[in-house]
Design a protein around this ligand. Structure first.
Ligand code: KIV
Length: 282
């Protein structure tokens, strides 16, 4: 059994240069596998909308969806650091709304911290949630909830203007009290600069070396078939394994190869037990 990490462990890991390995998970079995494998932390991302619920984007995901999936993940990984992801419109309206919904993640789903998207424009949300005693992870660069404004799921910080905006956002997130920052799809040189500049841990998804790496479990396991971002390393092809298993099962059922004797609950002398009963209904 692994000892559950704390925020102090993650600070130490940054100091020692030990990278954090983390993935997203949305359900009990994946969370359990992650914990058994020794994953440092798990994000219950609002990507669950696309990976698990089949939406075209993360926009339709609700607080109820997130809380329910966070609960399942906590049950599967009781000794792992879990991050709840605040869905679209759960913190955009006001600081009060943000604190109330962040609190729900902790009270109802027992997560360790929350993550929200944005830099300078959500600084007051991060400050308010932090002031309520809740740990916040920032998320800048490619922010899927505002992909409409970004013109799609596009890499950010690739010219001087955009890189400057990214640096200003990162500094604002740290200044507002976030304990860590996730950067998504920005150039590795910019990530390296931020990792050195900030005293809080900087984690990457598709942004090169820093204090830790995140991958979406659906991408790295080969479960999500709609598209695979360039930054994904695929460690398994679960879709292929599943489709092959389903095909074999269909063939077994159609040909009568399934079920076999070992798949049923026999009793001794069945006709002695059932003969009279069956006669009653003939
Ligand atoms: O929802 C999610 O999984 C995320 C990642 C894309 C970083 O926020």
């Amino acid at each position: 059994m692994q000892k559950k990490k704390t925020v102090l462990d993650f600070m130490q890991m940054k100091k020692k240069g030990e990278p954090v390995a983390w993935i997203t998970a949305y359900d009990f079995p994946t969370a359990s596998f992650a914990q058994q494998a020794g994953m440092d932390m798990v994000l219950v991302g609002d990507s669950l909308g696309m990976v698990v619920l089949g939406y075209k984007s993360t926009i339709p995901v609700t607080m109820e969806d997130c809380i329910s999936h966070c609960k399942a993940v906590r049950r599967g990984a009781p000794d792992t650091w879990i991050i709840g992801d605040m869905p679209f419109m759960s913190y955009q309206k006001s600081d009060e709304q943000a604190v109330e919904n962040a609190g729900r993640f902790l009270k109802e789903a027992d997560v360790d911290c929350i993550k929200l998207e944005g830099g300078r424009r959500v600084a007051s949300r991060i400050r308010s949630i932090t002031d309520a005693g809740i740990l916040v992870m920032g998320h800048i660069g490619l922010t899927p909830q505002s992909s409409g404004q970004l013109g799609g799921f596009k890499a950010q910080g690739r010219d001087v203007k955009s890189a400057r905006e990214t640096i200003l956002d990162a500094l604002a997130v740290q200044e507002a009290g976030a304990y860590a920052l996730l950067v998504e799809a920005i150039p590795p040189e910019l990530t390296a600069f931020l990792t050195k500049k900030l005293h809080i841990p900087v984690y990457s998804i598709g942004a090169g070396f820093c204090d830790g790496q995140l991958l979406i479990s659906g991408d790295m396991l080969g479960l999500f078939q709609i598209f695979t971002p360039k930054f994904v390393k695929k460690y398994a092809d679960v879709a292929d394994v599943s489709i092959r298993a389903f095909k074999e099962y269909i063939q077994d059922v159609k040909s009568g190869r399934f079920p076999q004797d070992e798949h049923v609950y026999h009793i001794t002398d069945p006709m002695e037990v059932f003969e009279e009963l069956f006669k009653e209904f003939e």
